[in-house]
Design a protein around this ligand. Structure first.
Ligand code: AP5
Length: 217
């Protein structure tokens, strides 16, 4: 299946994309992760993207579309787009990209979470520097403080997860990304899922909404 995960910052796109990838084998393609890796490696693309990311603004469409074209082109089988598209121009470009390779999008899943929950999820998020596992100091803490349960790596707090930048990211979501809800509704591809509750329950709701079991591909 070819899927877009839509949702505000902190709605759980990355968390659920990783779970669906491990259950169903669909490849998670996260523009945020790709951009953070480029910033860390100080590639020319990363250098260009850094200021916008630190401020909670969108990175230019030109950078993101180049990145996605390459990634989608090399992906075999199903995929889950996490954090892309982020505005109407990106959604239209994606539609053309997928049309050209005759692999249209199947669904866009809107992950629905209230604002006050989002804030706690984002300020409490920690991720492993080594394996990328996600935790939350309020909802899913590690057994040992600041140490990854999965690989023993050190945990980090994302630079854009401070209250000021979070506020800007939520404004950007409201102004530029939320119009995609109607974009996919008009194409009959939108499925809304309640994304609050235990991780397994959210995954279950998503799989029911997508009409898949973990044996499907
Ligand atoms: P990106 O990395 O995409 O950030 P985001 O959209 O702001 O989303 P997040 O990663 O913050 O949240 P998420 O929904 O994945 O939640 P998560 O699963 O981590 O983008 C970062 C920046 O890159 C952007 O600001 C922009 O500058 C740039 N960028 C990226 N894509 C771009 C594009 N297409 N165009 C232009 N610029 C782009 O969960 C959050 C926390 O909640 C975690 O701690 C997790 O453990 C916890 N949690 C998850 N689910 C639950 C649950 N059910 N119950 C309790 N806790 C939960």
């Amino acid at each position: 299946m070819r899927l877009v995960l839509l949702g505000a910052p902190g709605s759980g796109k990355g968390t659920q994309a990783k779970i669906l990838q491990s259950l169903l084998g669909w490849v998670q393609i996260s523009t945020g992760d790709l951009l953070r890796a480029a910033v860390k490696a100080e590639t020319p693309l990363g250098v260009k993207a850094k200021a916008a990311m630190d401020a909670g603004e969108l990175v230019s469409d030109e950078i993101v579309l180049g990145l996605m074209e390459e990634k989608i082109g090399e992906t075999k089988g199903g995929f889950i787009l996490d954090g892309f598209p982020r505005n109407i121009a990106q959604a239209e470009a994606l539609e053309k990209m997928l049309e050209a390779i005759d692999k249209p999008l199947d669904e866009a899943v809107l992950m629905d979470v209230d604002f006050d929950v989002l804030l706690k999820r984002l300020t409490g998020r920690r991720s492993c520097k080594d394996c990328g596992s996600l935790y939350n100091i309020y909802f899913s803490p590690t057994e040992k403080e600041d140490v990854c349960d999965n690989c023993g790596g050190e945990l980090m707090h994302r630079k854009d997860d401070n209250e000021e930048t979070i506020g800007n990211r939520l404004n950007v979501y409201r102004d530029q990304t939320s119009p995609l809800i109607d974009f996919y509704k008009e194409r009959n591809k939108l499925t809304k899922v309640d994304a609050v509750g235990e991780l397994e329950d959210v995954t279950k709701r998503m799989m029911e909404a997508l009409r898949v079991s973990d044996l499907d591909d």
